[in-house]
Design a protein around this ligand. Structure first.
Ligand SMILES: [Zn+2]
Ligand SMILES: [Zn+2]
Length: 72
């Protein structure tokens, strides 16, 4: 069981409601990196958190723009 990086609830695919299980340690580490695309291993869709509806599609949502973004 892993938790959503955004809402910290158990990460569940919004598409098929499967508990998300990272297929490898690399993918598990990528969960904390919002610029990495994750796909659901069950249905193959881009993983979207069932609870907060945040897509793990590699695009950073503006809700996270307070974190380290040293762009002028
Ligand atoms: Zn979430
Ligand atoms: Zn799924």
């Amino acid at each position: 069981m892993v938790t959503c990086a955004y809402c910290e609830k158990p990460l569940v695919c919004d598409k098929c409601r499967a508990d998300y299980t990272p297929p490898s340690e690399e993918v598990y580490q990528a969960l904390s990196q919002p610029d990495v695309l994750l796909a659901c291993p069950e249905c193959g869709a881009v993983l979207i958190c069932h609870w907060c509806k945040t897509p793990y599609d590699g695009s950073v949502q503006d809700a996270a723009d307070a974190t380290e973004a040293p762009q002028a």
